[in-house]
Design a binder for this molecule. Structure first.
Ligand code: TXA
Ligand code: MG
Length: 326
C-alpha cells in the first residue's frame, strides 16, 4: 500500500500503524527504511522476519532529535556530540553505548546502539508524529530483503515486500547509498561503513582521526563482504581491463551490461551501456536504481568500471566491491 508522504493524513496513519506495532517503510535522504517502533521487541522482530535478516545483526534506531537519542544512549562521548552537532539531521549513524533495558531486539544483542537522525522531510514528519504518540524511536534497516540492493524509490520497496506493506512515498532518495557509520562506543571513532560524507569532513568535525575497524569490531550487515547483490553477476574492472574483455567477447550470446564513465570501445552489438556519472554524489544517487534497472532488463552480467581512487568515491566503491563479492 503506497501512502503519499506529503499528505498529513497519510503521515498520521503511518505513525498510528507504527505506534500499534506494525511495520511501515519510509523514505530517508539515504535509502528507504523498513520501520518498527524501537521500544517494542515484538514489533522489531517483525523486521527481522520480513527481511530474512539474522536477529543478531543490529538495526539503526531513527530519532526525531538529539534529545531522543539520549534516551537510548548510556553515554554520549564528546566526539559523538561533535558529530551530532555537525551532521544531524543527516546521513550519519553513530554507534553509542546503549542504555540498559531499551531497544534490546533492535540492538541485536549488542551493548551498543546505532542512532541516526535523518533529514528527509517525510522521515522527520513521521518521526515527529510517532513521538507525539509516545514512541521514542523507530528502528529501521534498509527496506530490502537480506543481502539485496537497498531501495531508493517507493516502488523498489513494494517490489521487495509486496503491496500489503504500508510504504510512505517520498520520491527518489537524494543521496542513494546508506549513511556513514561511526562507532563512538570504543574510545576512538571508527568508520564502520563509508557513505557520502568525506572522511576528512568527519575527522574535522570529530577533532581526531577516524580509525579502521579491527577484527573484533561489531558485526554490521552492510559491512559483510558480500552484500548489495543484484541478480546479475557483477564484476568491477579497470577501464583497460574492460576494453580488453569487451574485445575478447566476440559474438557470445551473453546478456551483458556495462556501467562505466568511459564509453566502452569495441563493444559488440547488443551490449547495453549505461554511463556512470563523473561526480561521486551523482553516481551514489543513481547506483542502486541502475543496478535494479539492469536486473529488470534481464542482464546476466554487469561489468562496472572501477570508480576513481579519490576518497569522495569511498561509499560508491565500497558498495560495488560488496556487490561484486556476492
Ligand atoms: O542510511 C541508512 O543507514 C539506512 C536508512 C534506512 O537509515 N539504514 C541502513 O540500515 O542502512 P541497515 O540495517 O541496512 O544497516 C545498518 C548497519 C548494519 O550494517 C548494522 O549491522 C549496523 O548498521 N549497526 C547497527 N547497530 C549497530 C551496532 N550497535 N554496532 C555495530 N553496527 C551496528
Ligand atoms: Mg541494509
Amino acid at each position: 500500500m503506497l501512502l503519499d508522504g506529503t499528505d498529513a493524513r497519510a503521515l498520521q496513519q503511518a505513525a498510528e500503524l507504527l505506534a500499534a506495532g506494525e511495520l511501515v517503510a519510509f523514505p530517508t535522504e539515504t535509502v528507504y527504511g523498513l520501520g518498527a517502533r524501537a521500544d517494542n521487541n515484538a514489533a522489531v522482530s517483525k523486521i527481522f522476519g520480513a527481511k530474512g535478516r539474522p536477529v543478531n545483526h543490529p538495526l539503526i534506531v531513527h530519532v526525531a532529535e538529539t534529545g531522543e537519542a539520549e534516551r537510548f544512549a548510556r553515554d554520549v562521548p564528546l566526539v559523538a556530540r561533535r558529530l551530532m552537532d555537525a551532521f544531524w539531521p543527516g546521513p550519519l549513524t553513530l554507534i553509542l553505548p546503549r542504555a540498559e533495558g531499551i531497544a534490546t531486539a533492535a540492538a541485536g544483542g549488542q551493548t551498543s546502539i546505532g542512532l541516526r537522525c535523518p533529514s528527509h522531510p517525510v522521515a522527520r514528519a513521521l518521526l515527529a508524529a510517532t513521538q507525539r504518540l509516545g514512541v521514542a524511536g523507530v528502528a529501521a534497516p534498509s527496506a530490502n530483503r537480506f543481502g539485496r540492493i537497498s531501495p531508493t524509490q517507493a516502488s523498489h520497496v513494494t517490489s521487495e515486500f509486496g503491496d500489503s506493506l504500508a510504504v510512505l512515498d517520498g520520491g527518489a532518495c537524494e543521496i542513494g547509498i546508506e549513511s556513514s557509520i561511526v562507532d563512538c562506543s570504543r574510545g576512538h571513532p571508527v568508520l564502520l561503513r563509508p557513505g557520502v560524507l568525506a572522511p576528512a569532513r568527519i575527522e574535522a568535525a570529530a577533532g581526531e582521526p577516524l580509525r579502521k575497524p579491527d577484527a573484533d569490531a561489531p558485526r554490521a550487515s552492510g559491512t559483510l563482504a558480500a552484500h548489495y547483490a543484484p541478480n546479475a553477476t557483477l564484476r568491477l574492472m579497470s577501464q583497460q581491463m574492460l576494453t580488453s574483455a569487451l574485445q575478447l567477447l566476440g559474438d557470445q550470446p551473453l546478456k551483458l551490461a556495462v556501467y562505466s564513465r568511459s564509453v566502452p570501445l569495441g563493444a559488440p552489438d547488443g551490449v547495453r551501456h549505461r554511463r556512470m556519472p563523473l561526480l561521486a554524489d551523482q553516481a551514489a544517487h543513481e547506483l542502486f536504481s541502475v543496478l535494479r534497472e539492469l536486473d529488470a532488463e534481464g542482464a546476466q552480467l554487469i561489468w562496472v568500471e572501477e570508480p576513481p581512487a579519490d576518497p569522495e568515491w569511498d561509499g560508491v566503491r565500497d558498495r560495488l566491491l560488496r556487490a561484486a563479492a556476492s
